[in-house]
Design a protein around this ligand. Structure first.
Ligand SMILES: Cc1cc2nc3c(=O)[nH]c(=O)nc-3n(C[C@H](O)[C@H](O)[C@H](O)COP(=O)(O)OP(=O)(O)OC[C@H]3O[C@@H](n4cnc5c(N)ncnc54)[C@H](O)[C@@H]3O)c2cc1C
Length: 309
């Protein structure tokens, strides 16, 4: 029988913001078989389920996570299935997907080189940068659907990829692997794009713990970072959370920030964009775990939706 991790794990260990309290029942599967055994057990027990990949786009509640936490980051297998096509485990770090494509002289994953997180999270979020996005290389996705209780293969079209969005509902659809298909490329062009991405990130992204872009861009030609910068938000603070002086759409954990500090700061930034530009900004970050009452209402204010566990 599959056992949860015995040592006490904290959400902060699985979240790039370094926030998050205790995980009640964490599992770290390494194979598809182990992953399926855990998900079957979750269904049998009707336990609440939370899925985390690299935690690079997630704020984990300082209260921690009740029920089962499925930590996907060790699902790291890779197998070539056809010419230019690979089946890759959901836990594969994005930088390694980028290297996999580069090593085979293929293009489409250069942007992933500097994006923290796993393939599973990137599929759920349709992560992207530099004019590329995850949707561009996904042929199909292997997922476990808790609602139908089956292992399913969803072709690209069924994934309904759009800006930082896909059809994946992380509470009921768990990405276990994906078939990735790349296009042939020029090695020099691929190497140059990878280098450009690395240099850009080094110059523009903060070094302190953070969760990447906090808000989606409110409109295509209105990047949240520029709007917040123009509005003077850099350096704003709530407790241990601060708007990065380097990039105004990044919040950094500078001194033992809690999930509440980050959410409070996000609400202030949302109001700032609304007051100055009349635009609604919605979170790109996800909020996972056992939200306090204050956090539930902050999240509702940010998203416009009632909090659902
Ligand atoms: C410094 C920095 C730079 C970044 N730059 C970019 C960028 O340029 N472009 C960009 O798009 N993003 C960027 N991000 C955000 C982040 O790296 C991406 O969104 C990444 O894809 C998140 O992957 P993850 O595995 O860490 O997801 P997580 O944060 O673990 O999860 C994100 C969401 O996906 C769900 N999820 C995770 N794994 C699975 C799974 N296997 N099955 C189903 N659901 C799952 C989670 O429940 C959660 O809802 C950046 C983040 C940082 C910290």
């Amino acid at each position: 029988m599959i056992q949860p991790v015995q040592e006490r794990l904290m959400g902060a260990q699985y979240c790039t913001y370094r926030v998050g309290g205790p995980l009640d029942e964490p599992y770290l599967p390494t194979t598809l078989e182990e992953a399926l055994a855990i998900l079957t057990m979750v269904m049998d027990k009707k336990a609440p389920l939370t899925v985390i990949g690299g935690g690079a786009n997630s704020i984990i509640a300082s209260n921690g996570i009740r029920g089962v936490t499925f930590l996907g980051k060790r699902l790291m297998f890779v197998q070539q299935t056809r010419d230019r096509q690979f089946q890759v485990g959901a836990g594969m770090p994005l930088a390694r997907v980028s290297k996999l494509a580069q090593d085979h002289g293929m293009t489409g994953a250069e942007f992933m080189i500097g994006v923290p997180g796993t393939l599973g999270g990137a599929i759920a979020m349709n992560a992207g940068a530099m004019g590329q996005e995850t949707a561009g290389i996904v042929e199909s996705v292997t997922l476990f659907n808790l609602e139908t209780q089956t292992l399913e293969t969803w072709p690209h079209e069924q994934m309904q990829f759009s800006y930082r969005k896909s059809a994946i509902q992380p509470k009921t659809m768990i990405v276990l692997a994906a078939d990735l298909r790349f296009q042939p490329g020029e090695p020099e062009v691929i190497a140059a794009l990878i280098q450009k991405s690395l240099v850009f990130r080094q110059q523009h992204h903060p070094k302190e713990p953070n969760g990447g872009s906090v808000f989606k861009n409110p409109a295509p030609d209105m990047p949240a970072g520029r709007l917040l910068d123009e509005s003077g938000a850099k350096g704003w603070r709530e407790g241990g959370a601060m708007v990065s002086p380097k990039h105004a759409n990044f919040i950094v954990n500078v001194d033992k920030a809690t999930s509440t500090h980050i959410l409070r700061l996000m609400v202030r930034l949302k109001h700032l964009i609304k007051e100055r530009y009349g635009l609604e900004a919605y979170p790109e970050n996800r909020f996972l775990g056992d939200a306090s009452d204050v956090e539930k209402s902050l999240w509702e204010e940010l998203t416009g939706y009632a909090w659902e566990r």
